[in-house]
Write a protein that binds this ligand. Structure first.
Ligand code: NAD
Length: 471
């Protein structure tokens, strides 16, 4: 099928590349010229395991193209994905201006061919109808421009009504198809989703979407091909939009729950890792998202939970549980500072090294990463902050990192530090030469912000080990 994906970030690029990989003809449109040039050479502008390989293969098999030309993308696609960012505004609401620009842009290039226009971006509930309205406004602008040109060319005596009818009403349906991929394993998640959600009032649109996803639903590209087909939830637009918010809000709340339990464990002398194991074995609870630590961050949870709280507010309901989950998380994001103060007392004039900067391992994404809060707080307290991150240390990305010295390896990081804080659970951090690092430090203290390291090993290496909720 012919597909156009507008916005080639973590979601759009992975979606476009994976759809090309399963055999569709994909045009990816982005308004960032530099990014487009890079992708045209087969390189990925983001770090995501396996992504570069499938982009290169899709370019070679001529299944994917990259352009800044929205008109070309709209003309090409039977199915048009909107996958631009929807970051949070300061009041917690989603900033939908990029979606708005794209929806109008699509309308201004629509012709009489039937199109399915898919909201892949996480958009506020009710955006399906709003996007339809914007597309129609874009189309009206196109028609007005055409009519003005006709009149200018043919003179004012021409019958405007006849001229207008030369541009037939566009035929399209809007579908909500929220994305659930996790950065760091986005390609695997796209080929092995837990479910696909399709929200629309149009039967034709749903049928085309099911055809599009058939190779994925039938597990042709799955790690385990013997699994039953991927469940497809077909529902209305608003429910599909709500599913995305509710899923992220639930997972964020689950983490805040275990973090609250961890804080009580710290006070009563229980070990949250044991507690999480004990409750996670209950199949009604499950063991995922029960790792206590320095809280959730990233480009999705914070903004999606805030947006849901904001929507509830708009409709006269106070989302108390979600607000509590956010409050617990805000406290948790700086719990490493409290622990550093307990051990080192005065932080002014001390040096602290952060192991990891990104909000989770296997990504280069720093958006709303807990590391940024920790850096800000430590800098405010007069602490010198250094950091080592397996990706950020290599890429030279320094945006938003002005208060931290980014070191090129873990030993340079440890050199002269009064304490280390493990911020991101990169798996390579399990195998560092901690004995050597301890020897390079002023005082070998480690705050394990993800309860990720082996306490006994660290103590053997000479560290004073402090976890989160470890009693
Ligand atoms: P991103 O910021 O990484 O990428 C957005 C892309 O859109 C950028 O490349 C930008 O240049 C491009 N863009 C902006 N305006 C444009 C325009 N007018 N025309 C063409 N391109 C334009 O965003 P992302 O992380 O991929 O997120 C996209 C959406 O998917 C968001 O709504 C997000 O909430 C949602 N989502 C993200 C994730 C994730 O893990 N990142 C997971 C699920 C859902």
């Amino acid at each position: 099928m012919r597909v156009c994906v507008i916005g080639t970030g973590y979601v759009g690029l992975v979606t476009g590349a994976c759809l090309a990989h399963v055999g569709h003809h994909v045009i990816c449109v982005d308004n960032n010229e530099e990014k487009v040039k890079l992708m045209q050479t087969g390189q990925s502008p983001i770090f995501e395991p396996g992504l570069s390989e499938i982009i290169k293969a899709a370019i070679q098999s001529e299944k994917i193209e990259f352009t800044t030309d929205l008109a070309a993308g709209v003309a090409h696609g039977q199915i048009l994905f909107i996958a631009v960012g929807t970051p949070a505004l300061p009041n917690g609401e989603s900033d939908t201006r990029y979606v708005e620009a794209v929806a109008r842009g699509i309308g201004s290039h629509l012709n009489s061919d039937y199109k399915v226009i898919v909201n892949k971006s996480t958009v506020p509930i009710g955006s399906g109808d709003w996007v339809r309205m914007l597309i129609m406004e874009g189309f009206a602008e196109q028609r007005a421009t055409l009519n003005a040109a006709v009149l200018a060319g043919a003179g004012a005596t021409e019958d405007l009504v006849t001229r207008k009818s030369s541009l037939p009403e566009p035929e399209f349906d809007v579908v909500s198809n929220p994305e659930f991929l996790r950065e760091g394993c986005a390609v695997d998640d796209t080929f092995n989703p837990d479910r696909i959600v399709l929200g629309s009032n149009g039967a034709k649109a749903i049928a085309l979407m099911q055809e599009l996803y058939e190779p994925i639903v039938s597990r042709q590209y799955a790690i385990d091909k013997a699994l039953p087909p991927v469940p497809v939830v077909v529902t209305d637009l608003s429910s599909a939009e709500m599913i995305k918010y509710a899923a992220n809000a639930f997972l964020a709340t689950k983490i805040s729950f275990i973090n609250e339990v961890a804080n009580i464990c710290d006070r009563v002398g229980a070990d949250v890792v044991e507690v999480a194991k004990g409750i996670g074995l209950d199949s009604r609870v499950g063991n995922k998202f029960l790792q206590a630590g320095i809280g959730w961050g990233g480009s999705c949870f914070p903004k999606d939970v805030s947006a849901l709280i904001h929507t509830a507010d708009d409709y006269g309901y106070e989302a108390q549980l979600l607000k509590a989950a956010v409050n617990v998380n805000q406290h948790q994001r700086v719990i490493a500072i409290e622990k550093l103060q307990q051990v080192l007392k005065i932080l002014k004039g001390k040096t602290v090294g952060l192991l990891g900067l990104t909000f989770k391992p296997d990504t280069d994404d720093l958006r709303d990463a807990p590391a940024l809060n920790i850096i800000e707080q430590l800098a405010r307290l007069g602490t010198k902050v250094k950091a080592y991150d397996p990706i950020i240390s290599q890429t030279g990305m320094r945006h938003g990192l002005s208060d931290v010295i980014v070191e090129t390896d873990p030993e340079r990081l440890a050199d002269g530090c009064d304490a280390l804080v493990l911020v991101t659970d990169w798996k390579q951090f399990r195998n560092l030469d901690y004995a050597k690092m301890a020897a390079l430090m002023h005082s070998p203290v480690i705050i394990d912000g993800r309860n990720f390291l082996d306490r006994k090993e660290l103590e053997k290496a000479g560290f004073r080990y402090v976890g989160v909720g470890r009693g």
